[in-house]
Design a protein around this ligand. Structure first.
Ligand code: FMN
Length: 183
């Protein structure tokens, strides 16, 4: 593991991190949310099937969705995510729309859309923390989920509060993840 920057990349990659410290007083604007979903909408996907779906919970709305999404997180995630003004569940479609065949890369495509959304949010000064620690059965119990959709992840979105805490961010060196002679 190492921490060195191995090449220059866009600032947004360096700015992004998964915070545990959300400012619970600071809401996310609808314009920002719309732009975040728009960024995800333009992600690439196998056969352009766009198999990602999101259940959106906004704390300040009175539809109860935010509370329900919070309840769909494993307890350790609830501890910090309860300060995030926006919580959502990421789901994927198990089968292609165009031919009804199983979509073996739907999970990959959901991740790609969430990554695009995360970078758009980062560019707008927001912080996204993705989670695999969710309770999929709870999602199915609390929300009306269409057949063929599987809850996989959650995303917390909001503004990060400044803390003294500076967690060390480690990454595998490039030669561990890329085969070939370039590096
Ligand atoms: C698919 C996925 C699932 C994750 N699940 C959790 C989780 O359940 N709880 C949590 O605290 N962090 C979770 N994370 C955040 C990772 O721990 C974090 O991205 C990683 O440690 C790297 O840190 P960074 O995002 O700040 O660079 C998840 C991230 C991803 C992409």
């Amino acid at each position: 593991m190492k921490n060195l920057i191995e090449a220059n990349v866009m600032d947004v990659f360096k700015q992004r991190s998964s915070t545990y410290h959300y400012d619970s007083d600071c809401a996310v604007s609808k314009a920002d949310l719309r732009a975040i979903f728009e960024a995800g909408r333009w992600a690439m996907s196998a056969y352009n099937d766009q198999p990602w779906r999101y259940i959106l919970g906004i704390r300040d709305e009175d539809d109860g969705a935010w509370d329900k999404v919070l309840n769909c997180l494993v307890e350790p995630n609830q501890q910090w995510a309860q300060n995030a003004p926006v919580l959502m569940i990421g789901l994927y479609k198990t089968h292609y729309e165009f031919n009804g065949e199983p979509n073996g890369t739907a999970i990959h495509d959901l991740g790609a859309a969430s990554a695009f959304m995360t970078l758009e949010a980062t560019n707008r000064g927001l912080s996204v923390h993705q989670m695999g620690g969710i309770l999929p059965d709870k999602v199915l119990e609390l929300f009306e989920v269409e057949d063929g959709l599987v809850p996989l992840t959650a995303l917390a979105i909001g503004y990060e509060v400044e803390t003294m805490e500076q967690p060390e961010r480690v990454r595998k060196p490039l030669q561990d993840i890329v085969s070939g002679s370039v590096f």
